[in-house]
Design a protein around this ligand. Structure first.
Ligand SMILES: [Zn+2]
Length: 710
């Protein structure tokens, strides 16, 4: 999912290891060059053709008219999932003699409008079409936000629990694009007013995008009025489902519901002042996910939230049973919205927050908003703290732990708290800047509470999760949507930067980067600020971690008084400060060697004869490791028909041995979460009735040479 900040640990990290590991590899379609695309005689005919193939074509037929790999993936997935596709709108919104801009909007019909909007996001939008000898073809997708900006939303919302919301959004805009103003909005919104600078506007709405004809102007005001039905979310308490006739106890309009317009989860142009006023029956409490005040009059509660720093999408969560409480923790206003059955009290959350906030604010500066809402969101089901929306950290109704070191080390609450520092990161590496950062901070919090081994354990488990999935398949810049990659590789990138720069320079660089948040704050700004703080250029170190699908795989060869280090991974060469331990007659000798080429030769004549070289003995770097163990996993399952081992590697079928099932795997030194899938069923920590012998953690020592993982 895009920017829901759905985190993955414990409750879901283990399952995400499993689920993602079990997911088939992404099939990359061979992209024909645009010139080989099928075209049409006019831009309008081309739009109609693409839309028709989006709705009814095979993936191959669609690919033959449409070049963007992410949009192609929308159709491919929809076909795999047998989901209905709908072509909603196409319109040539601009043209000159040989170029045109076409709006295309479609929907992959889903159970919820939230899924509609997010599944189709990579398709619906603006496209550049070009004419070559009377044949128009799609040249490329255009960024939906280019030239335009949303500076502020003033939202007035009337909420009827169980029924829906009526919204008036007054947007302060800047229009710089010659192609009008285009935003994303939940496709099931029923628009009644679209007024631009006081006049009824020419607009097109469909496929979860709204296009408004607008000439460039520095300031404009767009007023939208619409209604949206309330949907009972999938994860919600089943007693609430289908209970639309009776007023439900709780409900939510999450940011990912796209209940008001925005551009894109990673855009810098829609970071806006949010001012949200919600009126609802006084029996209910509500959070706007922002610092807020409220009044109650004549049976109506009016809640007014206002962002202290720019945000891109608001969130509304309400519940009749909450007992809101507010205290000040380390200068931050902590407001909790918890129902009586929630396993943690306000005071226990405050006690959890205080040391984490002290740690993070001492290193990276205080929070600009000085406000945190801790929200029990029954609409997301029985999970724990796992989502951040603006100033709200959001939990399902059954967090098992706030932090823990059993199995997968987790500091879920700290993770969500720490999002505040980089949440407005932008650009294609935004999810790395958010989730890698939050997981890095989670490791800091674990280290503070349980000692450095706990922080190491989180990184090691993340490494195993990374190797069993994204390695060789995905890169951070090539796969920008929120996924395991951004957590598991991201925690390593931030940890490596911290290690090679030291706390003082790293913290200074991060603080300088954070001053960019609210505008363009992507990986370029991060690298520039970290380089400045370090006093040296870190591009060469950072970039391969973002652009490459493979981590470094370094082989060594001892050649007399020299050691030759060769990087054998496919793709680019990494610049690495590599710690090595040289085995000599006088005992082990530590060195740090600077790798910068495919092969680097290092003179070791000063230490005498070198018998062996051990790379990165302290596990400071995310690199392939060549020592490990052959690990035997066995489970007693006499009745089982099929058994697969998940976690340490890609899913591995077990072989039957009497009443047991066995997998033998060479694993490199590290720490691995594992779980058995027995006849399709997976137990994991906390599974009610789950068998502890069906999952666990294995620490693998550096005993024998093993082939590189995966
Ligand atoms: Zn997160």
């Amino acid at each position: 999912m895009p920017r829901p900040f759905v985190r993955a640990f414990l409750a879901s990290f283990t399952s995400s290891i499993i689920v993602l590991a079990a997911r088939p590899a992404r099939t990359q379609s061979g992209a024909p060059a645009p010139t080989s695309l099928v075209g049409a005689r006019t831009p309008a005919a081309l739009g109609a053709l693409v839309l028709q193939r989006f709705a009814t074509g095979t993936p191959e037929a669609f690919d033959s008219v449409y070049p963007d790999r992410f949009g192609r993936e929308v159709v491919r997935r929809a076909v795999q999932q047998k989901a209905t596709r709908r072509g909603d709108v196409s319109r040539a919104v601009w043209r000159d003699a040989h170029r045109a801009v076409i709006l295309l909007g479609g929907t992959v019909v889903s159970e919820s409008s939230e899924d509609d909007a997010n599944r189709t996001r990579a398709f619906s939008g603006l496209y550049e079409a070009v004419d070559s000898g009377g044949r128009w073809t799609i040249a490329r997708k255009l960024p939906i936000d280019s030239g335009n900006a949303i500076r502020a939303h003033t939202l007035h919302v009337t909420l009827t629990p169980g029924k829906g919301i009526r919204v008036t959004d007054t947007l302060a805009l800047a229009v710089g694009s010659p192609y009008g103003f285009t935003v994303r909005l939940n496709g099931r919104a029923r628009l009644s007013t679209v007024r631009l600078d006081g006049r009824a506007a020419d607009y097109v709405f469909g496929g979860n995008v709204l296009w408004v004809r607008a000439a460039p102007r520095r300031r404009a005001q767009l007023v939208l009025t619409y209604t949206l039905d309330e949907e009972r979310p999938e994860g919600g308490d089943s007693t609430q489902r289908g209970a639309r006739s009776a007023a439900p106890a709780y409900g939510a309009y999450h940011n990912t519901f796209v209940w008001h317009p925005f551009f894109e989860y990673n855009s810098a142009n829609d970071l806006a002042q949010l001012d949200i006023t919600v009126r609802l029956p006084a029996a209910y409490h509500l959070t706007t996910s922002l610092p807020q005040t409220e009044t109650v009059r004549d049976g109506v509660r009016t809640v007014h939230g206002r962002s202290q720093e720019p945000d891109f999408l608001g969130a509304i969560i309400y519940d009749r049973d909450w007992r809101p409480e507010t205290t000040t923790v380390e200068g931050v206003r902590l407001e909790s919205f918890l129902a009586p059955g929630f396993p943690y009290t306000h005071d226990s959350l405050a006690a959890e927050l205080a040391p984490v906030y002290r740690l993070l604010s001492a290193r990276f500066g205080p929070l600009a908003s000085r406000y945190i809402a801790a929200v029990e969101d029954r609409a997301i089901g029985a999970s724990g703290f796992r989502v951040r929306m603006n100033d709200a950290i959001v939990s399902g109704s059954r967090p098992r732990v706030l932090s823990d070191t059993a199995y997968v080390p987790t500091a879920a609450f700290a993770h969500e708290v720490s999002h505040a520092w980089t949440m407005n990161a932008t650009g294609p590496a935004a999810n790395f800047l958010r989730e890698g950062w939050a997981t890095y901070c989670e490791a800091l919090a674990l280290g503070m509470r349980y000692g450095p081994e706990a922080a190491d354990a989180l990184r090691e488990i993340s490494r195993a999760g990374y190797l069993s999935g994204p390695e060789g398949r995905q890169s951070i810049l090539g796969d920008p949507d929120n996924g395991r990659l951004h957590y598991a590789k991201g925690v390593w990138i931030f940890s490596m930067l911290n290690t090679i720069m030291g706390d003082s320079a790293f913290d200074r660089g991060m603080r300088a980067y954070m001053r960019h948040l609210g505008g363009r704050a992507g990986y370029e700004e991060l690298i520039a600020e970290l380089s400045r703080a370090a006093g040296r250029d870190l591009h060469g170190f950072v970039m391969p971690w973002l652009t490459e699908k493979y981590i470094p795989d370094i082989r060594t060869e001892i050649d007399g008084q020299r050691v030759i280090f060769t990087q054998v991974q496919p793709g680019a060469t990494f610049e690495l400060p590599l710690d090595v331990e040289l085995a000599t007659a006088a005992g082990p000798v530590r060195r740090t060697v600077q790798l910068a080429h495919r092969a680097d030769t290092v003179d070791v004549s000063d230490v005498g004869a070198v018998a062996a070289v051990r790379l990165d003995p302290d596990h400071h770097l995310l690199i392939q490791r060549h020592l490990g163990e052959v690990v035997r996993f066995a489970v007693h399952a006499p009745e089982a028909k099929s058994v697969t081992l998940l976690g340490p590697a890609r899913p591995t079928p077990a072989t039957r041995s009497g009443d047991d099932w066995v997998v033998e795997l060479p694993l490199s030194e590290g720490r691995y979460f594992w779980a058995w899938q027995i006849d399709g069923h997976v137990d994991e920590p906390g599974t009610p009735g789950g068998a502890p012998s069906h999952y666990g953690v294995r620490v693998v020592r550096p005993l024998v040479p093993v082939p590189p993982a995966h």
